[in-house]
Structure formats: structure tokens, C-alpha cells
Design a binder for this molecule. Structure first.
Ligand code: C5P
Length: 216
């Protein structure tokens, strides 16, 4: 059963401000993307990366889209052999082999169409209206902060990514598109350490965590 890693890495990284696409920003001695690639290549039969305009292309390097979901769709289209697709953002360098394997196993078991890494929420979360007025406080016991990796039955993910341009632009992860077509998605508990690098402070934190891990 071909397991293919799909890495959206075509973001411009404007909030990071590194002057290069975020995936290429230096992080603990190597480009951010390399941390995730090393882990995925250890688990997957093949890894396809969606890259920013101007980056070199090849069989495993495709041109990304305007929005993240389009980048995922482009990378998946280059891997027709995929039976399980593991989508992982280049922006999460602290992913571990164990976490990828757990997501793949959860989908391979057959009960779920998708399995997503997630951590129980530790903050109190409120719904806030425009203007700052609190509408309601959500029950934290059922809230999970969702990350990547997200593993899917590839046929289901292909169907989900067939959504219209507006739905693709609005989606903040791939699981929500699978949920929208009636797919069954479950969570695989992960560590909050699996942070997403968005701003400079995240990059500093990721570097510290990666160095601390290397020192263990
Ligand atoms: O912007 P954000 O941090 O949500 O991006 C998550 C991931 O999606 C990053 O790895 C980024 O490179 C990727 N991305 C992409 N194509 C886009 C926008 C973001 O591959 N058009």
C-alpha cells in the first residue's frame, strides 16, 4: 500500500519576514523544510513537495497554488499511486517519526478516512463578536488544537480536494474538506511541542526545541 507524503511548502512567509519562502528560512542550521522531509522520508514510500514560484521543479517537486489547499491538490495529483496520503506542513519542523506512523496506522486500520495529529486545548476558548464582545465560552473538555501530520485514504482526500475554489481558499486544514464530504476523521494525540512556525518568535522557539532534542 503506497504511502505518500504530501508537503505544502509554497507559502510566501510574509508574516515571518525572512525574505525567502518560509520553507527555506534557516532553522537550527538547515532550511525549515528539511526537518520535516527527513522524518517523512523515513516513513513514506515517496514524498512530494509543493514549492513556491521560482523554486526548481521535478517529479517530487511541483509548483504550489495560490492557497494551501491548492498546493496540497497539486502535490497529490503528482502521486497517482498513493493509497494513503500523509499531509504535513513544512512549517512544523518538530514532527516525529512516531507521530507520522501513528497517523498512518490509524487510517490503515480501516475505520477512519482521516487521522489528524492534535493536542487537547489547555487555554479557555471564547467566541468573540466583532467589536470584542464575548458571545460564549466553549467547553474546553471537547476541544482539540489540530496540527499536521494528517493522514487520509488518498481516494477520499482526492474527492475532498475537488471542492470549489472558495471552499479550498477557506479551508485551514485538509481534514475539514474531508469532513465536508462526509468522511470520518479521528484525532491522534500529539504534543503541543509540534508547533507551526508562523512568526519570528515561533522560529526562535522551534530552534530551541530542536537543539534541546538534539542534546538529549
Ligand atoms: O500560511 P500557513 O502557515 O497556514 O501555511 C501552512 C503551510 O502551507 C506552510 O508549510 C506553507 O508553506 C504552505 N502553503 C502552501 N501554499 C500556499 C500557502 C501555504 O503550500 N499557497
Amino acid at each position: 500500500m503506497a504511502v505518500v507524503g504530501i508537503v505544502p511548502a509554497a507559502g510566501r512567509g510574509e508574516r515571518l519576514g525572512a525574505g525567502v519562502p518560509k520553507a527555506l528560512a534557516p532553522c537550527a542550521g538547515r532550511p525549515l523544510l528539511e526537518w520535516s522531509l527527513e522524518v517523512l522520508e523515513g516513513v513514506c514510500d515517496r514524498v512530494v513537495v509543493a514549492v513556491a514560484p521560482g523554486e526548481p521543479l521535478g517529479p517530487d517537486r511541483v509548483r504550489g497554488g495560490e492557497v494551501r489547499s491548492e498546493s496540497v491538490r497539486a502535490a497529490l495529483a503528482a502521486a497517482p499511486e498513493a493509497r494513503i496520503a500523509v499531509v504535513h506542513d513544512a512549517a512544523r519542523p518538530l514532527v516525529t517519526r512516531e507521530l507520522v506512523e501513528a497517523c498512518v496506522a490509524a487510517v490503515g486500520g480501516g475505520g477512519w478516512d482521516g487521522a489528524v495529529a492534535a493536542a487537547p486545548v489547555s487555554d479557555t476558548v471564547k467566541e468573540v463578536a466583532a467589536g470584542g464582545r464575548v458571545e460564549r465560552t466553549l467547553d474546553r473538555r471537547s476541544l482539540w488544537a489540530v496540527q499536521t501530520p494528517q493522514a487520509f485514504r488518498a481516494d477520499v482526500l482526492r474527492r475532498a480536494l475537488g471542492a470549489g475554489a472558495a471552499a479550498l481558499a477557506a479551508a485551514t486544514d485538509d481534514a475539514s474538506l474531508v469532513e465536508a464530504i462526509g468522511g470520518v476523521v479521528g484525532v491522534v494525540e500529539s504534543s503541543p511541542e509540534n508547533i507551526k512556525v508562523t512568526r519570528e518568535i515561533d522560529l526562535l522557539l522551534a530552534e530551541e526545541l530542536l537543539r534541546a532534542r538534539a542534546a538529549c
